[in-house]
Design a protein. Structure first.
Ligand code: CP
Ligand code: NVA
Length: 310
């Protein structure tokens, strides 16, 4: 049966470990200059209904390094943008390419595409979730600290796609995660419910608070993300006011573990969700995090699109 990557909630602990381990193998090969092309001749269709730097470039370079080829399909330019159905798009692309990566607004559209397609579908970000990013973040943390066990993670800011995917991941892996968001900007209620249920089985500790200092107390990792995500440009001014207490800066960092790592999926707004001092300072690992999108997504593509994977 074909496999998709639509949400971290669909992954077992073993699936996540497999992705992270394979990311490390592929990164090592790449750094050693060893050519490895398990996706020779395979094609990835990349549908983008929103802007992207990292996702577009890392998927395109990634499949090229694995021997394959990527097609950039702006949702504005393909017939999907003029009303062709998701189902017809899925059927047609399934006749041409070997996998689809999609970045769009509604999670339900990605799920419909995956249901209708005969080829693997990868979620490259929706309003609700950003699973590839959080998998790359987990890989980055494991690479830096050698483990994910016993770590305390704080997410400060908007309860958006990043916060939601972090909740799924922390719950599945039994991690300690505190999310601090202003009232009215908490993570998705259904995601929180599902994560809490999973946490009961895995021993994860999940806290949702509106107190950033409480969230980062003792944290080994502090993550944040933009206050206004793609599609929320009209709310920027209001959000700047509502989130003013939620900036990651040196003052907030004093509550964390002294060696804490700072993470941000980027793009960042210095002086809003994070001070320039933190983003460009010694705690920050944001560019390793960006690089690791490449290695993690290569692992995901090989696992989903490779011939050896059932
Ligand atoms: N972090 C991330 O997904 O970046 P892009 O929007 O540039 O793809
Ligand atoms: N939350 C941000 C992430 C960008 C990679 C957005 O959706 O715009």
């Amino acid at each position: 049966m074909k496999k998709d990557l639509l949400s971290i909630v669909d992954l077992s602990r073993e699936d996540i470990s497999q992705i992270l381990e394979h990311s490390a193998v592929l990164k090592e090969k790449h750094k050693a200059g060893i050519s490895y092309q398990p996706l020779k001749g395979k094609c990835l269709g990349m549908i983008f209904a929103k802007s992207s730097t990292r996702t577009r470039v890392s998927f395109e370079v990634g499949i090229y390094q694995l021997g394959g080829y990527a097609l950039f399909l702006s949702a504005r330019d393909i017939q999907l943008g003029r009303g062709e159905t998701i189902a017809d798009t899925a059927h047609v692309l399934s006749r041409y390419v070997d996998g689809i990566m999609i970045r769009t607004f509604h999670q339900a559209d990605v799920e419909e595409l995956a249901r209708m397609a005969e080829i693997p579908v990868i979620n490259g970000l929706t309003d609700l979730l950003h699973p590839c990013q959080v998998l790359a973040d987990l890989f980055t943390i494991q690479e830096r600290l050698g483990t994910l066990d016993g770590l305390q993670v704080a997410y400060v800011g908007d309860g958006n796609n990043m916060a939601n995917s972090w909740l799924h991941a922390a719950a599945r892996l039994g991690m300690t995660l505190s999310v601090a968001s202003p009232r009215g900007y908490e993570p998705d209620a259904q995601v929180v419910d599902a994560a809490r249920k999973t946490a009961k089985q895995t021993g994860a500790s999940l806290k949702i608070t509106d107190d950033p200092a409480a969230a980062v107390r003792g944290a080994h990792i502090i993550c944040t993300d933009v206050w206004a995500s793609m599609g929320q440009e009209g709310e920027e001014e209001k959000r700047r006011r509502d989130f003013s207490r939620f900036q990651v800066n040196a003052e907030l960092g004093r509550h964390a573990d002294p060696d804490y790592l700072f993470m941000h999926c980027l793009p960042a707004h210095r002086g809003e969700e994070v001070s320039a001092e933190i983003l460009d300072g010694p705690h920050s690992i944001v560019f390793d995090e960006a690089e690791n999108r490449l290695h993690t997504q290569k692992a995901i593509m090989e696992l989903l699109m490779g011939d050896d994977t059932a």
